[in-house]
Design a binder for this molecule. Structure first.
Ligand SMILES: [Zn+2]
Length: 408
């Protein structure tokens, strides 16, 4: 059994950061924070509602990658108690191989995916009554999630021990390659439901990677009459988006992006020195890149009274230009996890009134409406984790949309 974790000992964190100053890829070296350890000893289940899952496929998602690279060192998130071993791999599909006596939600042999990050919830801690967020079904925001988690492993490990309430059971005939994308697909759908698209809306997506592709594909099925523009300069993303048909590609470089948005939306672009200002723009902007530059340009491209949805964020601190927030009353909404969301009336016909975002994503994947062939660009044996991380950390050079680890 392989177990993969991020070693959060202060000495390793410091050594890794120092080494990265002269050697940017130092975080990949075996002696630093990403630990991949082979163990012959099987850990026992913490109690009778926990299960053991043998992993089949796991994605290398942007947030796990950012943690592995140590990009979180300036984040207020570090004030929270950090486990010494932080398990990585939130996108995973596996098979249940051991169940506690009181497990009722899954059974031996069931195929399952991880439904939320590996952190504590009221259910996993047996707390009654549950906190407000758990009671509303949004247990990824559990008020007790900073308490120690009792499980072991996540997607990058060959096995994981998790509470049964942290799992989702996809439809039986969903392929493993589709099931491993349920987490990002559910997150993309939640982003669309937090700020519902209206017919006639002009929508900009910054970054043409996995979330942009999933949002464009899902939106095509859920509603009509929305104009999508995607800002990317990467040839493999442009090719994938063109194959999806339904989005206009615009340049990613900020000044050129604003000029193109001004043409496409009949907005007026004012430019004085280095400062552009777009009067008009897109009603809704999805930041699918999560960088300081992408959030800045997202705010500039949004119509007064519109919204920016931060689909992809990292534990990091960054400066935010707030003028658009008060002068143009632009709203910024962050999406951390898939979570539940109400389905607005004009989308009900396509996806029903209310269901978990995982169920909605599974339905679209199952009907073939979310294609996986252009999204999973690389598959590597899980034993070659460091090579897979090296590829995933240079998406432009290696034409990466998603790298998937295959467990033997
Ligand atoms: Zn809770």
């Amino acid at each position: 059994m392989w177990t993969v974790w991020l070693d959060d000992a202060p000495v390793r964190r410091l050594a890794s950061r120092t080494a990265q100053v002269i050697w940017p890829n130092a975080w990949l070296a075996p002696g630093f924070r990403v630990r991949q350890v082979r163990s012959h000893r099987s850990t026992t289940l913490p109690n009778e509602r926990w299960v053991r899952v043998r992993n089949l496929l796991a994605g290398i998602d942007e947030r796990d990658l950012a943690l592995a690279m140590g990009r979180d060192h300036t984040s207020p998130y570090l004030a929270l108690p950090q486990p010494r071993q932080q398990y990585l791999g939130r996108e995973v599909v596996g098979e249940v191989v051991e169940v506690g006596l009181d497990v009722s939600l899954v059974g031996l042999g069931d195929r399952v995916v991880l439904r939320n990050p590996v952190s504590s919830t009221c259910d996993a801690l047996s707390l009654q009554p549950p906190c407000r967020n758990c009671a509303s079904g949004n247990d990824a925001l559990c008020e007790h999630r900073a308490l120690p988690w009792m499980g072991v492993g996540a997607g990058w490990s060959s096995e994981m021990i998790v509470h049964e309430g942290q799992l989702f059971q996809p439809p039986e005939d969903l392929l493993a390659e589709q099931a491993v994308l349920l987490e990002p697909a559910a997150r993309a759908i939640r982003a669309m439901l937090r700020c519902p698209l209206e017919p006639g809306s002009r929508v900009l997506l910054i970054g043409g990677g996995i979330f942009a592709q999933l949002i464009v594909a899902a939106a095509r099925e859920l509603m009509t009459g929305v104009t999508f523009m995607v800002a990317t300069d990467l040839p493999h993303e442009i090719a994938a988006l063109r194959a999806l048909e339904g989005a206009t590609i615009v340049p990613r470089r900020p000044r050129e992006l604003l000029r193109r948005i001004s043409e496409l939306t009949s907005a007026t672009l004012f430019e004085r020195g280095t400062r552009p200002y777009l009067m008009g723009g897109c009603e809704l902007v999805f930041d699918c890149e999560g960088s300081a530059s992408s959030l800045e340009v997202a705010l500039m491209a949004t119509h007064a009274g519109g919204s920016v949805v931060l689909v992809l964020g990292y534990p990091q601190s960054q400066r935010l230009e707030t003028t658009r927030l008060w002068y143009d009353e632009v709203t910024v909404v962050g999406i951390g996890n898939p979570g539940p969301e109400h389905v607005p009336e004009h989308m009900e016909r396509s996806i029903g009134t209310h269901a978990s975002n995982y169920m909605l994503a599974a339905r679209l994947l199952h009907k073939g409406q979310l294609r996986t062939d252009t999204i999973i660009t690389h598959r590597l044996p899980a034993a070659q984790l460091r090579r897979a991380l090296a590829i995933a950390s240079h998406p432009a050079r290696h034409h990466v949309t998603r790298v998937v680890l295959v467990h033997e």
